[in-house]
Ligand binder design. Structure first.
Ligand SMILES: Cc1ncc(COP(=O)(O)O)c(C=O)c1O
Length: 258
């Protein structure tokens, strides 16, 4: 059965402790997390919701855009993203004046006005050149998104015997990545590479098992869902300019290998 791969709201409440400040749903691969139950849990426990929209520009639930559900949301404009600058860039959106002002201060050496430093900030201003690139590309985003959705539809129609992205009917997935799942992932990946079809694993290691978090002492088996996904997921090529013939070719190689 095809499965949803974003945060499971049913398991959030049991993880909340006295130290919990916020819930961070990640709209992974471009598929919106289930925001209604997440917001309800956050309100019940007095927590903030920070949406990670890095991969989900233009994704929607019931026609409402991601980034407008929580208290604050972050977007990445890294060059490979659905809306990408020519170098590193990112943005934050919020309707909360206090948070907006705090973010402006943080990104500009802790000041809102020149020489009036209220907090210890950093230099994370958006570079003007990157802003110009993003401004020019923004008007094309909708058509690029529609083209990604079309390519994903072609894949979904053609692929069998692999787990395909699950998209609830009220949800707009914007396919930053088209990720399948297969127990035969290694063979599939080797074959695709052999015929020069790019593919990748996003992501090979569950976050808690990264070396940087080894101090937390997590063991294999502590995160069974993430561990299983990391061993089976495979990202197929997807980009707005992808043609039906190209999707046909990738799908054919997959069908012949599985
Ligand atoms: C889901 C997700 N969150 C956060 C980030 C971080 O974005 P940036 O590299 O622009 O800081 C990325 C980028 O790779 C991402 O894919």
């Amino acid at each position: 059965m095809d499965k949803e791969r974003t945060i499971n709201p049913d398991l959030i409440e049991e993880k909340i402790t006295k130290r919990t400040k916020a819930i961070i749903p990640v709209h992974l691969y471009g598929l919106p997390a289930r925001m209604d139950p997440i917001i309800a849990i956050a309100r019940k426990h007095g927590l903030k919701v920070l949406e990670d929209c890095a991969q989900a520009h233009g994704a929607e639930i019931e026609g409402k855009r991601v980034g407008s559900f929580g208290d604050i949301a972050t977007f990445s404009f890294y060059p490979g993203k659905n809306l990408g600058a020519y170098g590193d860039a990112g943005g934050i959106v919020t309707n909360d004046e206090h948070l907006a002002s705090a973010c402006r201060m943080l990104s500009n050496h802790g000041q809102l006005k020149k020489h009036d430093h209220r907090i210890i900030g950093r230099n994370s201003r958006l570079d003007t050149i990157q802003a110009a690139v993003l401004k020019a590309k923004l008007s094309h985003l909708e058509k690029w998104t529609a083209a990604r959705i079309q390519a994903a539809k072609w894949y979904t129609e053609r692929l069998n015997d692999v787990t395909k992205p699950m998209v609830p009917s009220d949800t707009r997935h914007v396919y930053h990545l088209y990720v399948i799942q297969s127990t035969g992932r290694e063979g599939l990946m080797n074959k695709l590479k052999e015929v020069n079809i790019g593919c990748a694993i996003h992501y090979p290691t569950p976050l808690p098992h990264l070396n940087s978090y080894s101090y937390k002492g997590h063991k294999k088996g502590d995160f069974p869902v993430a561990e299983k996904l990391c061993s089976e997921i495979l990202s197929l090529p997807i980009f707005p300019e992808m043609t039906e013939d190209e999707v046909d070719w990738v799908s054919e190689v997959i069908r012949d290998t599985i």
